[in-house]
Design a protein around this ligand. Structure first.
Ligand SMILES: [Zn+2]
Length: 280
């Protein structure tokens, strides 16, 4: 940096090296938390501002907060012991009554099962006892084995990951497989629903006018009309954006603004789906 100071956040490659060394969980021997921070211990940050991975370790916020108690020898031993468990698991804390899922350019609202591929649900929502949405995913590796699974916000990542990174404040999850057949990024944000719509250049007022023109009974478009009439845009919602690539049951590619399935472009232009399933 130009003013001669070093950011306390280590560069991405150092963070990745420290996560991998610890098996993508806290390096404390009794901990399996994958929400990680990076501790500078040899020398400590106040002695020298450095990002040398040999003098750093990945710890959860709880153990990072207690790290003054650990000796350099303890920390060195934890670094050397490597990963404790092959499976990484944690919980997504995001839960709201109004949740949107974005896949490619498609915004889904109240779509119980959102994405159904080759005969099974891949992304779907359930509700807790207070009516808040919870997220569910099943992502399989190229041989059909479950690699990443989320049920009611609790997730498990089965072995063989090149990287697992949970973003600051749990705002994102990123998984990349060793074989390179899976990459998955989930991002969570709470926004006003008006902002969510304007991010997609979607004008709900114009849409509603068009629907009202079409007559009283719109068949499958009834739920959309009801939703737009409900004053939804004055509220806030949780938005979960899904991006990634995987190969089972066919090549799936979802990026900002588009989706491809089996090499065929889908979800290219914006769609706002209500009570729908994308079934491929
Ligand atoms: Zn810990």
């Amino acid at each position: 940096m130009s003013d001669g100071t070093t950011s306390r956040l280590p560069p991405a490659r150092v963070r990745r090296q420290l996560r991998r060394e610890a098996g993508f969980v806290c390096a404390h021997p009794d901990c399996s938390e994958p929400y990680l921070e990076y501790h500078h211990f040899d020398p400590p940050w106040h002695v020298e501002q450095h990002h040398r991975p040999e003098g750093m370790i990945a710890l959860c916020a709880n153990h990072h907060g207690r790290s003054a108690a650990y000796s350099v020898e303890d920390l060195r031993a934890w670094k050397a012991s490597g990963s404790k468990s092959e499976t990484v698991r944690a919980t997504v804390e995001w839960k709201r009554e109004r949740s949107f899922v974005v896949v490619g350019k498609t915004l889904g609202w109240n779509c119980g099962t959102w994405l159904h591929l080759g005969g099974e649900p891949v992304i779907w929502l359930t509700q807790d006892e207070r009516g808040r949405d919870m997220f569910n995913f099943t992502i399989r590796d190229s041989s059909g084995r479950t690699a990443f699974e989320m049920r009611d916000n609790d997730w498990v990542a089965h072995p063989k990951w090149e990287d697992i990174e949970i973003g600051a404040e749990g705002r994102s999850l990123y998984f990349k497989s060793k074989l390179g057949d899976i990459s998955l990024r989930l991002r969570f944000a709470e926004k006003s629903i008006a902002t969510i719509f304007s991010d997609f250049d979607y004008d709900p007022r114009r849409q509603l006018e068009m629907l009202q023109h079409l007559g009283p009974d719109l068949g499958p478009l009834n739920p959309l009309k009801e939703l737009l009439e409900s004053g939804l845009t004055a509220q806030t919602g949780l938005i979960c954006t899904v991006e990634g690539r995987w190969t089972y049951p066919q090549q799936v590619e979802i990026a900002h603004g588009y989706g491809r399935y089996g090499g065929i472009q889908i979800m290219k232009s914006f769609a706002f789906m209500v009570n729908c399933v994308v079934q491929l």
